[in-house]
Ligand binder design. Structure first.
Ligand code: DAH
Length: 347
């Protein structure tokens, strides 16, 4: 009886595998206590051994010693195993690939705005930021807008306050207001860009939005000429859209510049041959610009006989649309991750 019990234990010990244990260190200790502990299998069997008839003692004694040796060897073996590979005590599989957290990325408009700022910073322009809620003076009057200009109309501008029947405070409709703030507080030479958010009372569609972004540039110093403007524009266009880019200037009108122009670039999709993006013309309209009107310099306290300047303003959404072929303005503001993740790799 006792002999077969011992044989069963020996069999159990030899077939036990540490690989089957979850928490290996704890299971090994449990095993040790069960067989070798003070009240364990072995001490109990040795106890029973004492009362065996003498003629059985020799045979059973040998078997018991075998069992003891097997249990000791197994525990010793397993302890070494656990010590050498402590990470195996854990229930996780540490060789599994880790679960990556989704990385965030910059919004394509921020990337585009940063790129524009960087291009201008390489030729000495610094960044100026200012308020989004502006008064009539900085938005319109100082910028030479006539009193009856349609931009002063509620239809185009979000007014936030009315004073004694006077429409005075509004969300800025363009970043040209920053020109005024800088010229009022700084002496030339002035060489700044003003990136920022602007607001217009427009119905939202694929081509228009009531919130969008502009970057304005202003350079005021002695002897600034239209040639400086043109060269700056050519440099910017090539840096932004590629070295093969050509520019053309068309006469235009803005209250705050004289003369004024609009700049087109050769279509970066078809290279100027004509396609559906440039509507077959080979040219894409990019920005407005001109020489700062002397009235604006004077309104800001700068002597227009001593100083001249140029200014330009562009829409960031449009820049990004042309650069990355984005077809619908609304995509910028919907925060659909399928759209946003397409720009993960641009910096
Ligand atoms: N402020 C104009 C707009 O919102 C853009 C602009 C045109 C800015 C010509 C300029 C400029 O500085 O010279 O449409």
């Amino acid at each position: 009886m006792m002999k077969s019990l011992i044989a069963k234990y020996i069999e159990e010990i030899s077939s036990a595998r540490i690989e089957d244990f979850q928490d290996k260190a704890a299971e090994v200790e449990k095993f040790r206590i069960r067989f070798l502990g003070r009240k364990g299998v072995l001490s109990e069997l040795f106890e029973q051994f004492k009362s065996l008839p003498n003629d059985q003692k020799k045979e059973i004694g040998v078997a018991l010693n075998q069992l003891k040796t097997a249990a000791l060897a197994k525990v010793e073996d397993w302890k070494n195993y656990v010590e050498q590979a402590p990470e195996l005590n854990q229930s996780h599989d540490l060789t599994m690939p880790s679960d990556f957290a989704q990385r965030g990325s910059r919004h394509v408009l921020s990337v585009t705005m940063n790129e524009i700022a960087e291009i201008f910073s390489r030729i000495g322009f610094t960044v100026e930021e200012s308020v989004e809620i502006e008064d009539d003076w900085h938005l319109f009057s100082a910028l030479n807008f006539p009193p009856d200009h349609p931009a002063r109309d509620m239809q185009d501008t979000f007014f936030v306050e009315k004073e004694e029947g006077r429409q005075d405070v509004a969300l800025r409709t363009h970043t040209s207001s920053v020109q005024v703030r800088v010229m009022e507080t700084h002496k030339p030479p002035i060489r700044i860009i003003a990136p920022g958010r602007v607001f217009r009372n427009e119905a939202i569609s694929a081509r228009a939005h009531c919130i969008f972004h502009q970057v304005e540039a202003l350079y005021v110093d002695r002897h600034v000429t239209f040639a400086d403007l043109k060269q700056t524009l050519l440099y910017f266009a090539k840096e932004m859209f590629g070295a093969d880019t050509r520019i053309r200037l068309r006469p235009s009108y803005f209250p705050f510049t004289e003369p004024s122009a609009e700049m087109d670039i050769s279509c970066n999709i078809c290279g100027g041959k004509g396609c559906n993006i440039c509507k077959g013309t080979g040219w894409l309209e990019i920005l407005g610009c001109g020489m700062v009107d002397p009235n604006v310099l004077e309104a800001c306290g700068i002597d227009s006989h001593e100083y001249t300047g140029f200014a330009l303003g562009m829409g960031v959404e449009r820049m990004a649309m042309l650069k990355y072929q984005i077809r619908d303005l609304r995509l910028y503001f919907e925060n659909d991750l399928r759209f946003l993740h397409q720009f993960d790799n641009i910096i």
